[in-house]
Design a protein around this ligand. Structure first.
Ligand code: ACM
Ligand code: ZN
Length: 765
């Protein structure tokens, strides 16, 4: 019986393999797309006992790595041999005409042959082999020729391990998966207001105090309040120096350099909670490791007037420089709010001594002094683009994140090298797909296709800028993460898109080919147990009022799926109509839609529950660009940035008017209003509804005012604010005027911030 089973299995395997061979040359699924690639018919088949030979000692670790990867992936045992390399099945050889990361790869009947400029090139060649192997035939390497090299030398990922502490083993998994994509820099944001994550032997309180915060994981990051003194602090963790050595070794084995960031002078509450004497004496607040946005604690930064601050930071740099073999130390420099500096007698003295007249130049003094120290250790300095707000430290490499990264161009104009990580496209904290399906996070969307579409070199750049651009980085801020899986969900698969932008030549992009190749990488992630996002299969809707109807557009990023929909409340299936053009809706009801490929349903079902009332589809007259959403029949979700909310963010009173098209009796007006306390989204102070038959003469029909308590209520909820319209007159125009609620009060999570309000829908009955 057992023998029969084995026989059956062998037969099935042979059939599967034969069918692959028979299919001829595969389309290669190598990511990022190589510079040059030719596929040939057939395969070279890996078998147990085959040999791998590295011509030079420096390539031996790469050969070991590949043998291990193949064992894990294909179950095949490869033997590393030292001599007679020409006869080995897999041959790695150094070629002087290639740069260290470049390679030439030939797979033919004789096996796999790699020529490279250095170990990294060999490593990348073998990653190409790995990604060319298909999951249904794990021992078949397609015959091919590849000649490849990266577009940029800096191909990076930043992981913020301060907001969420990523355990060593979990970080290694990320490193492993990024190395498959030929990324070569991992920038670790090791310190911030929310936790200090690296053991510094000279300053043990940095980790005994600074690595730990109160447990408010039951609330999203922006909703968390600062603790009272003495509250237990069980949440956090840190890397010991031994841990970090292990991480560095593991990354080096995958051709990845770990770049440490010690952020200063801002984002330093964790350090200052441990050593509060290094804050300005003007600080009048309890300093703590903050669990969330800090209610203004972000203003507490290292005192620039205190010599102890510099002695302390130099002590930190001493150990960091010793521990990390990287050429670089990143000194942060971002978002250093100067409120306490302005009130600090020590900072004032420093400015006087140094002849500094502008407070921004005090930061320049700080950064330049620390940069000199870093450089004295033989390291190069990196920093965020805020460093361009004042005199730049000599030689500093600038990371452009604001304004599509263009702030870094100010540095380029002064001859500085730079790395692009524009928040709008490269911050992986942002939503990666239709928000109704995504876990809560900040800001707007930055989809897989957005990342893929990024071209860092601007058409209007001055000639020398491109030569100063070291490369690109995706930055993963972890405010909304509560597990390592939350981190990988945001990182993958967008990191694959970043990798292709950073590696493949300009003009090489092919979205269809990219997503097709991606499927094989996703298979690899699954086989490693990595959680990733499938948001690219979900549908983004856009519903706008148009001529008394609602035009519903449905979009999916994947070009290889069909959107199918129903209007009868049933779940869409493979026989449902295919969406080919916007749907024009003239009555209430449910639209359900999902994406399908040849095998079945791919994404999640999107349900649009369309309401209908006298205002639906009707024109809104207002200066607000998103006013067509107010009468589109679709309600917003609790996520304020889901493209269903129309926002007013101005201290001025605002108004809008709905034209119902014809005069009819109106008894009630309902406004959908969002409260998102943590983001400062609240009701306005007052709302007045006026009505008119001719659009000229309006009469006040109803109004409501709200107390401060009613306005600044905590929570995240939607209220339908109802207005009874009496008088029985025929109404064609409904005008809504709002009065501003002013600043968020002092005890608010956002004290002193201008409150904003958002409506999703005006309903008229
Ligand atoms: C940053 O996003 N503060 C660099
Ligand atoms: Zn000070």
């Amino acid at each position: 019986m057992r023998r029969l089973d084995r026989w059956k299995k062998t037969l099935l395997l042979a059939l599967a393999v034969a069918s692959c061979e028979w299919m001829g040359a595969q389309t290669a699924t190598i990511l990022p797309a190589p510079v040059e690639m030719t596929m040939q018919e057939g395969y070279f088949r890996l078998m147990d006992g085959m040999t791998i030979c590295a011509e030079k000692d420096e390539l031996h670790p790469v050969a070991d790595y590949f043998a291990e990867a193949m064992k894990e992936m294909s179950g095949v045992t490869l033997k590393q041999v030292d001599t007679d390399g020409k006869k080995a099945d897999i041959r790695l050889k150094v070629s002087k005409d290639l740069s260290p990361e470049a390679y030439r790869l030939t797979v033919d009947a004789d096996g796999v042959s790699v020529e490279t400029g250095g170990p990294a090139g060999a490593f990348y060649a073998l990653q190409s082999v790995r990604l060319a192997i298909q999951p249904q035939d794990k021992t078949g390497i397609p015959r091919m020729y590849v000649a490849d090299q990266p577009r940029f030398g800096y191909r990076g990922l930043m992981v913020d391990v301060s907001r969420y502490f990523v355990e060593k083993e979990e970080l290694m998994k990320i490193i492993d998966c990024m190395s498959v994509l030929k990324l070569n820099k991992l920038h670790l944001h090791l310190t911030d207001d929310n936790g200090w994550r690296l053991e510094i032997k000279k300053y043990p309180r940095l980790t005994s105090v600074g690595a730990w915060r109160v447990n408010q994981t039951d609330r999203p990051f922006p909703d968390r309040r600062n603790p009272e003194p003495g509250e237990p602090t069980p949440i956090g963790g840190y890397y010991t120096q031994e841990d970090m050595k292990e991480i560095i070794r593991y990354a080096a084995g995958r051709c990845i350099e770990i770049i440490p960031e010690i952020d200063m002078p801002g984002h330093s509450n964790a350090a200052l909670a441990a050593y509060p004497e290094l804050a300005c004496p003007s600080v009048d607040k309890h300093i703590c490791v903050v669990p969330g946005m800090g209610q203004g604690s972000g203003n507490i930064i290292f005192c620039a007037g205190n010599e102890e601050t510099f002695r302390f930071l130099e002590g930190v740099i001493d150990e960091v420089a010793e521990l990390f073999p990287s050429h670089y130390i990143h000194l942060g420099g971002d978002e250093a709010w100067k409120e306490y500096w302005k009130k600090c007698p020590r900072c004032a003295d420093r400015m006087k001594q140094e002849g500094i007249t502008h407070i921004e130049e005090l930061q320049s003094y700080f950064m330049r002094r620390m940069s000199k120290y870093v450089q004295s250790k033989g390291k190069q300095v990196m920093g965020w683009d805020e460093l361009t707000n004042s005199t730049l430290p000599d030689g500093a490499i600038i990371f452009g994140w604001q304004g599509m990264g263009n702030a870094a161009l100010k540095a380029a104009a002064q001859g500085h090298r730079f790395v692009m990580t524009p928040a709008r496209l490269m911050y992986l904290i942002r939503y990666q797909g239709p928000q109704w399906f995504e876990p809560l996070t900040y800001f707007g969307n930055n989809t897989l296709k957005d990342v893929y579409s990024y071209e860092p070199v601007g058409a209007d750049w001055k000639e020398n800028y491109e030569s100063l651009l070291m490369g690109l980085q995706a930055s993963m801020w972890t405010e909304f993460c509560n597990s390592a899986e939350d981190v990988t969900y945001q990182v993958f698969p967008r990191l694959a898109a970043l990798a292709e932008v950073a590696w493949s030549p300009k003009g090489h992009k092919d979205w269809y080919r990219f997503v097709k190749s991606l499927d094989n990488y996703l298979y690899l992630l699954r086989s490693k147990g990595i959680r990733y996002s499938e948001a690219m299969f979900n549908i983004q809707h856009k519903a706008v009022a148009e001529n008394g109807k609602v035009k519903v557009t449905l979009e999916c990023e994947r070009p290889d799926v069909a959107i199918r929909y129903t209007t009868d409340g049933m779940e869409p299936d493979i026989s449902s109509p295919v969406y080919t053009a916007p749907l024009i809706v003239d009555h209430g009801g449910e639209i359900r839609c999902a994406t399908f490929d040849g095998t079945g349903k791919m994404g999640k079902t999107l349900t649009l529950d369309m309401g209908w009332n006298l205002a639906t589809g009707k024109e809104v007259i207002s200066p607000n660009v998103s006013d067509k959403l107010l009468t589109n029949g679709v309600r917003g979700s609790l996520k304020q940035s889901d493209f269903e909310w129309t926002e007013w963010y101005t201290p001025e009173d605002a108004s809008f008017t709905v034209d119902l098209g014809k005069a009819s009796p109106v008894s009630r007006v309902v406004l959908g209003c969002l409260t998102h306390y943590a983001m400062g989204v609240h009701k306005p102070a007052g709302i007045t509804v006026e009505v008119s038959a001719d659009g000229q003469h309006f009469t006040k029909a109803a109004s409501r005012t709200f107390t401060k308590q009613e306005i600044f209520k905590e929570g995240n909820f939607i209220e339908d604010l109802s207005f009874q319209i009496t008088g029985g007159k025929a109404v064609r125009y409904v005008k809504v005027t709002t009065t501003d609620a002013g600043m968020c009060p002092e005890d608010h999570l956002k004290p002193g911030q201008q409150s904003r309000y958002r409506f999703d829908e005006i309903q008229v009955f």
